[in-house]
Design a protein around this ligand. Structure first.
Ligand SMILES: Cc1ncc(COP(=O)(O)O)c(C=O)c1O
Length: 358
């Protein structure tokens, strides 16, 4: 029996999508084989790949001067691919440090480029995100990198920063949760395994003019422009994950697009934060204006009850609520595929647990 899955990633996938995939698993469209078993260069697969790309362009309203790439390597691979492509111009880039993932991005980029960490909330345990108004951009930076939603801490920068430099966003845990003005970015990347589909696929949305500035003296597999010329088929792409992402995009469209999910996601998060704030038993440590809509972190006042909370949660059909090992406490990841009903069940359980142990 399927249960409510609050995993931070790989995250929940809509049952509707899984059922459709199941129905096509053994044989895809009279091909005599599953979609996993056909060439990525076949007509059959090309149609799947093109349609997924077009649907993503439609959902996010991606302008024509951008390309969308379907790559491998996860968001982690982007931590080095970004600086490799853009290190040659000035040899410097500005990074914002607002949580564990931006710290990793900085650490990887530092091996390739001079990183200026121009704003940081590390000293306060990432309990807030540095306000873009305080970012002190370096004149010589080739780009500015930030993470709008830090999955581990549950801390977010909600407004798109307005800066005079190419801006690059690690949108892994927030992409497709609401409409996005792609025009404001030079490059957006995201690992698929939260709001897009299964792990193994990484989406890159890149402004074509910016892409052309890329370093030509790096291996093709690292070059955005080569992936773009090859329609993301420089080598064998993650065909099954790409096909499944296409199914998720159709599901998003059917539900009413990103406006629908924005509304639903805000209702889900507000209800959960409201309950946490109303209770003395649970607390959230993030500044209100930086609270994540996707990853809600919370702590029990008495952490000796953590194990029992998690154990009973599982017994009540609520999975993967344990916070990241570096942070402790709890984390409920409430991506698009988590309906309001699942969040309401979580709140009911939290109330019940509080009534028994508070
Ligand atoms: C914001 C963010 N960036 C980067 C990563 C790393 O992604 P991957 O495991 O796809 O390399 C994650 C993974 O959870 C993430 O949440």
């Amino acid at each position: 029996m399927r249960k409510w899955n609050f995993c931070a990633g790989p995250g929940a996938i809509s049952e509707e999508v899984l059922e459709e995939v199941q129905s096509e698993l053994l044989e895809y469209k009279n091909a005599g084989a599953s979609i996993m078993e056909v060439s990525h260069r076949s007509k059959l697969y090309s149609a799947v790949a093109d349609e997924a790309k077009q649907d993503l362009i439609e959902i996010l309203n991606i302008p024509k001067n951008y390309d969308v790439l379907f790559l491998q390597g996860g968001a982690t691979h982007q931590f080095s691919m970004v600086p490799y492509n853009f290190c040659h111009s000035s040899g410097e880039a500005d990074y914002i440090l607002s949580g564990t993932w931006s710290k990793k991005a900085i650490s990887e980029a530092s091996k390739i480029i001079k990183v200026n960490t121009i704003a940081s909330s590390e000293a306060k345990n990432y309990s807030y995100a540095p306000d873009p108004k305080t970012w002190n951009l370096s004149e010589s930076a080739a780009y500015v990198h930030y993470c709008p939603n830090e999955t581990i801490q549950g801390v977010a920068i909600h407004d798109i920063p307005s800066v005079d430099k190419p801006i690059i966003s690690d949108a892994s845990s927030v992409i497709l949760s609401e409409p996005l003005d792609v025009n404001k970015f030079s490059l957006i990347y995201a690992g698929a395994q939260k709001n897009i589909g299964p792990a193994g696929l990484t989406i890159v949305i890149i402004e074509r003019d910016f892409m052309e500035l890329g370093n030509q003296k790096i291996p093709n597999i690292l070059k955005y422009s080569e992936h773009s010329i090859a329609d993301s088929m420089l080598n064998t792409p993650p065909t099954f994950a790409w096909y499944m992402a296409g199914k998720v995009f159709k599901w998003i469209k059917k539900k009413g697009g990103l406006e629908f999910f924005k509304q639903q996601n805000h209702i889900k998060a507000s209800k959960l934060y409201e309950y946490i704030d109303s209770s003395d038993f649970y607390s959230n440590k993030i500044d209100i204006e930086n609270r994540s809509i996707m990853n809600v972190t919370f702590f029990l006042e008495n952490d000796e009850l953590d194990t029992s909370f998690l154990h009973q949660a599982e017994e009540n059909g609520l999975l993967n609520l344990k916070g990241h090992r570096s942070v402790g406490g709890m984390r409920a990841s409430i991506y698009n595929a988590m309906p309001l009903e699942g969040v309401e069940e979580l709140i009911n359980y939290m109330q019940y647990f509080e009534s028994k142990n508070g």
